[in-house]
Design a protein around this ligand. Structure first.
Ligand code: ZN
Length: 315
């Protein structure tokens, strides 16, 4: 039997009472450009009758990711393999935190309200969510969370990035690409806590009409203003990383021990392959290159672009 030592009330540094001695975690499952999975708590539970996320107390030995998936499986029969974690949003009150795991589903899967405390669980259209009676914790963070409901893919111009460090790469181009692949693995395994600023703007613009953008700016201003009184929030993205290699570096795509970074050998020009990935990859794309012409091609198809120095700052 698992220990379940997280059950219990605590008081956070902001003076609230919360459930979960080691914090709590919830699952925000979404289909990109589609519905989100929410559950409604039964009337007698804490904030009964409101819509929120499947989730609950973390145990002392448990990561937020593991807790969110366990609770979602227990409460709604979410199959752990049916979702792909794309981000982790932490709302830290000091002495207690709530972690939202944003997880992508390829399509809505069948769910059941499996728990005494759950009245209903459903896939709901994204645009209906703000009209619902939401759990106050979810309502407070919905403006931020709703911006993050699509995967992030980082596409790396291997020739340009490798070439920007004079480390002898010209003696073995494939070997240099394999070394870069190894350096990139932690971006996938541990995620990143910063996106390039122009990436965030491009992503926001893509996702909204004018009225929504105005509301979002207002929300952001308010978030910044009352952050001191309202705890600290932090987003960690779990991106897909694609390294594009060309010419003499192409054998890197077939090198053993691939790890989590996908290496694509460009059949012709690396720029053409990168521009095609920028155009065709679903969700949000960040292209890493200093090449001015390639930058323009990628921006034209809605990708965000940043330079190698941003990438080296994350490694
Ligand atoms: Zn609190």
């Amino acid at each position: 039997m698992p220990s379940r030592d997280g059950n219990g009330w605590v008081r956070c540094a902001l003076g609230h009472r919360h459930w979960g001695r080691f914090g709590a975690a919830g699952l925000l499952a979404f289909v990109t450009s589609g519905p989100v999975l929410l559950q409604r708590r039964t009337w007698w539970s804490h904030h009964g009758g409101t819509w929120g996320l499947p989730g609950g107390a973390r145990d002392s030995h448990e990561s937020a990711l593991a807790a969110a998936l366990r609770e979602a499986a227990e409460e709604c029969e979410v199959p752990p393999d049916a979702v792909h974690p794309r981000g982790v949003f932490t709302d830290d009150h000091g002495g207690w935190s709530y972690t939202t795991v944003l997880a992508e589903a390829q399509e809505p899967f069948v769910v059941h309200a499996d728990d005494d405390e759950t009245d209903e669980v459903a896939w709901l259209p994204l645009h209906d969510v703000k009209g619902l009676d939401l759990h106050p914790g979810l309502a407070a963070r919905w403006p931020e969370l709703s911006r993050e409901l699509s995967p992030v893919t980082i596409v790396i111009d291997g020739a340009n990035v490798v070439g920007s460090r004079p480390d002898g790469w010209w003696r073995d181009r494939a070997g240099a690409a394999v070394r870069l692949r190894g350096e990139l693995a932690p971006l996938v395994r541990q995620g990143i806590t910063e996106l390039p600023e122009d990436a965030r703007q491009a992503l926001a613009a893509e996702h909204a009409n004018g009225e929504e953008s105005d509301r979002r700016r207002t929300d952001r201003g308010r978030d910044d203003a009352d952050r001191a009184a309202d705890g600290l929030t932090r987003m960690r993205w779990l991106p897909d990383v694609v390294l594009v290699v060309e010419g003499a570096a192409r054998p890197a795509a077939a090198a053993p021990d691939a790890g989590p970074v996908q290496v694509v050998a460009a059949p012709g020009s690396g720029d053409d392959t990168i521009a095609a990935l920028a155009a065709q990859t679903a969700g949000r794309r960040v292209v890493v290159t200093a090449d001015r012409e390639l930058r323009e091609r990628c921006v034209a198809v809605g990708a965000a672009v940043t330079g190698p120095s941003w990438l080296f700052g994350r490694l």
